[in-house]
Design a protein around this ligand. Structure first.
Ligand code: NAD
Length: 252
């Protein structure tokens, strides 16, 4: 049997695809042959241009995933494109930084709503579709090193990403036999908006860099290979893993 990473003929929904890791993932899936449905709060011009440059078709959907409201709209828009959704990448995520002693309910809820609640209910909506025709699919959650570690000053983020690792395993257990692979990628420290505050703090920045065996922060182009792998038939028997892409951080 040949091993294939080819995604030709597949359609992938990627949330938060306008920038950072979501953009890196959308472009990598497009390069592997997938059509892209790019979901996000803001304009997708750059992502559209990059994916089209790979010869992929791209359909953008405006949606604010801080509530469940847009999920129906996302499903309707993806049905309009006419293809079934074969791959869902739950990438949209936010972080709020403050000492736990001062952390507010809003900082808690804002992060939980995007990182965990919307992720679960979008996965549920997409899985219902994937189950309708029995052809299954792939769901990839973007977790974090904070799915394994505690961190500091990011209580809702750590709770959400640790929760997302658990949710990945639970959904894998429920849906594996139905042909849906649910897995996660745990990025290490990448140069994106998410880590701007860390990179702007010279002490934290050099502490972090000093602990990364690869000797550099990740670039959004470093994440796509893992996403293509988990989205492809090469990963058909992989369920419930949280795959670190971290320059060796967790090996330290
Ligand atoms: P980013 O801030 O550049 O991107 C976050 C994306 O999520 C953006 O596209 C943003 O528009 C989208 N988003 C945020 N809130 C949204 C909402 N309410 N509705 C719709 N979209 C929304 O940061 P990033 O690093 O590219 O983050 C992508 C994912 O990777 C996040 O889940 C983040 O937690 C995770 N992650 C990042 C790192 C890192 O080092 N950069 C490490 C571990 C995990």
């Amino acid at each position: 049997m040949s091993i294939s990473f080819d995604l030709t003929g597949k359609t992938a929904v990627v949330t938060g695809a306008n920038t950072g890791l979501g953009q890196g993932i959308a472009v990598a899936l497009a390069r592997a042959g997938a059509s892209i449905i790019a979901v996000g709060r803001s304009a997708m011009d750059e992502t559209e241009r990059l994916c089209q440059g790979m010869g992929a078709s791209v359909h953008s959907v405006q949606a604010d995933l801080s509530s469940l409201e847009p999920i129906e709209h996302i499903m309707a828009e993806s049905a309009k494109v006419g293809e079934r959704v074969d791959i869902l990448v739950n990438n949209a995520g936010i972080i709020r930084r403050a000492d736990s002693i001062e952390f507010t309910e809003k900082e808690w809820d804002d992060v939980m709503n995007v990182n965990l609640k919307s992720t679960f209910f979008l996965s549920q909506a997409v899985a219902k579709r994937m189950l309708e025709d029995g052809a299954g699919g792939k769901i990839i959650n973007i977790a974090s090193l904070l799915s394994f570690q505690g961190g500091i000053r990011i209580p809702s983020y750590t709770a959400s990403k640790s929760g997302l690792a658990g949710l990945t395993r639970l959904l894998a257990c429920e849906w594996a036999a139905k042909g849906i692979n649910v897995n996660a990628i745990a990025p290490g420290y990448f140069v994106t908006n998410n880590t701007e505050a860390l990179r702007d703090d010279p002490k934290r920045s050099s502490e972090i860099l000093g602990r990364i065996p690869a000797g550099r922060w990740g670039d959004p182009t470093d994440i796509g290979g893992a996403a293509v792998f988990l989205a492809s038939s090469a990963a058909d028997y992989i369920h419930g893993v949280v795959l670190p892409v971290d320059g060796g951080w967790l090996a330290r």
